[in-house]
Design a protein around this ligand. Structure first.
Ligand SMILES: Nc1ncnc2c1ncn2[C@@H]1O[C@H](COP(=O)(O)OP(=O)(O)OP(=O)(O)O)[C@@H](O)[C@H]1O
Ligand SMILES: [Mg+2]
Length: 234
């Protein structure tokens, strides 16, 4: 695929001596929502960390709009418009919602204003004076996403945003992703919940033991159920 916004080629990555990613290929086009599925330990988080450059021992190619990310120091990667919402969310627990939203640095034009954030996440508006520690898991997840939307990032990497959340909150996060898609955001979503992901995914990638084992369009999910059950162990 030549017109990819993000292009990952033959990516290998290691934690110390431990070789975790084995030749990962991944393409994301502008405006696309791509979902990465795989069981625990498959290498999903590692893929995101390797793209962001948090994991430094990498070989292969990672290109954003044709620009080589492998060569960039970590602090320059976010400035390319790549936003990362880690599994552990990374909000400031001792600060209020509003303070958390005021702090993120601008990396590109087009970041959402605090007003736009409150429009997209009404519950964050209601909780704007609450400290991070007082938020529910769902509110923390929304705040973590909102912080990245403040920066102007145009490609966001989301690591299991629905993990451990109640169905009604999962639904709410799904609505937010649909709204972001409509605004033209490009999204790489890591999920184990493919029933959730099917609402937003234009394409799925299936990962097993540090390798991409398949990729197919979102509307073909049903015809891949047997494979999904076997790869995901569900
Ligand atoms: N900091 C680390 N040091 C060494 N090995 C690690 C480290 N983090 C993860 N690994 C190993 O790398 C492999 C891939 O882990 P990774 O966290 O990418 O999986 P994952 O697909 O995100 O799983 P999960 O669904 O549980 O989040 C696993 O074998 C894991 O044990
Ligand atoms: Mg993970």
């Amino acid at each position: 695929m030549s017109n990819a916004l993000l292009e990952v080629r033959a990516l290998n990555a290691w934690y110390g001596e431990s070789h975790v990613l084995h030749g990962v290929d991944l393409d994301i086009r502008e405006g696309e929502t791509v979902t990465l599925l795989g069981r625990n330990g498959a290498g999903k988080t590692t893929t995101l960390r390797a793209i962001m450059g948090i994991l430094r021992r990498r070989e292969g190619a990672i290109r954003l709009r044709g620009r080589d990310l492998l060569a960039l120091p970590l602090h320059r990667v976010a400035q390319t418009g790549l936003g990362y919402v880690p599994e552990e969310r990374g909000i400031f627990a001792s600060l209020s919602v509003e303070e958390n939203l005021a702090l993120p640095p601008k990396v590109a034009d087009g970041g959402m204003s605090i007003e736009e954030i409150y429009h997209l996440f009404p519950n964050l508006y209601e909780r704007r004076h609450s400290q991070g520690t007082k938020l529910s898991g769902g509110e923390q997840q929304m705040l973590a996403i909102a912080r990245i939307l403040r920066t102007g990032a145009s490609l966001i990497l989301l690591d299991e945003p629905t993990e451990g959340l109640a169905p009604v909150i999962v639904q709410r996060i799904g609505d937010v992703l649909v709204a972001l898609k409509e605004r033209g955001m490009t999204i790489l979503l890591v999920e184990q919940n493919f029933r959730f992901a099917r609402k937003v995914a234009d394409r799925f990638y299936l990962m097993e033991d540090g390798r991409m084992v398949n990729s197919f369009p979102g509307n073909e999910l049903d015809s891949h159920m047997d494979e999904l059950h076997s790869v995901l162990g569900v």
